[in-house]
Design a protein around this ligand. Structure first.
Ligand code: HEC
Length: 200
């Protein structure tokens, strides 16, 4: 039972034995050797095509090219969005409004309050608008922001046109909403503090 499976002596490399570990000189399988030759041939072709004749783009150039194509597609989509938002109508699709609400609670509520009543940002439920009351005005402000006043330009925050339309459609539904807690008074009509404030 203990007969060795292979009768041929092990192809030892004489002198290659250290601490009882011996190195064998087995023949490489033919398929391996042929694959190796193919890789050498391939490398010659590759080198000639890409580096000697410079017929193909290297990775960096290919990346630049794809980025240029991608940016052109993006710029065209943005130009289309900015060129047609005057004609946009707020959506009433419940799925769109639900997505808009989720965005609002996550990104807008910290400044406009969870119900749109206003905190740092103005009240979005009243009849007073700083930048115009049309749906398109809201879309434009959300997209471009009013940076000097603290309203972010959401296009720079990675928000897509569709998401802007969703959240603008949602805040459109907040107009005239009955709030549990009174909303922020309109900016230009806010009462003027004359006496010492309650914190003084
Ligand atoms: C960091 C605070 C902040 C965040 C976050 C923020 N806003 Fe604003 N927003 C403001 C401020 C401040 C203004 C008022 C700008 C002004 O006075 O010109 C404003 C104005 C607006 C206006 C115009 C209101 C008007 O009266 O014309 C809209 C619409 C609006 N925000 C929507 C949004 C939406 C939608 C989001 C979430 C995607 C959002 N905001 C997130 C601070 C914020």
């Amino acid at each position: 039972m203990n007969e060795p499976l292979n009768e041929t002596p092990e192809p030892l490399l004489p002198g290659h034995e250290y601490d009882g570990i011996r190195e064998l000189d087995n023949k490489l399988p033919r398929w391996w050797v042929w694959t190796f030759y193919v890789t050498i041939l391939f490398s010659v072709g590759y080198l000639t095509y890409y580096h000697v004749l410079a017929m193909g783009d290297l990775s960096a150039a290919e990346y630049e090219k794809e980025m240029r194509i991608g940016n052109a597609i993006k710029a065209a989509a943005i130009a289309k969005f900015e060129g047609t938002w005057e004609t946009l109508q707020p959506s009433t699709d419940p799925a769109v409004l639900a997505r808009g609400k989720a965005t609002f609670q996550l990104k807008c509520a910290p400044c406009h309050r969870h119900d749109g009543g206003g905190l740092v940002g103005p009240n979005l439920t009243d009849d007073f608008w700083i930048h115009g009351s049309k749906f398109a005005d809201n879309v434009r402000i959300i997209w471009n922001g009013v940076k000097e006043k603290g309203m972010l330009a959401w296009k720079e925050q990675g928000m897509k046109p569709d998401e802007v339309i969703e959240v603008a459609s949602y805040i459109y539904t907040l107009r005239g909403a009955k709030l549990e807690k009174p909303g922020k008074p309109p900016e230009n009509l806010a009462p003027v503090q004359t006496g010492p404030s309650e914190f003084e």
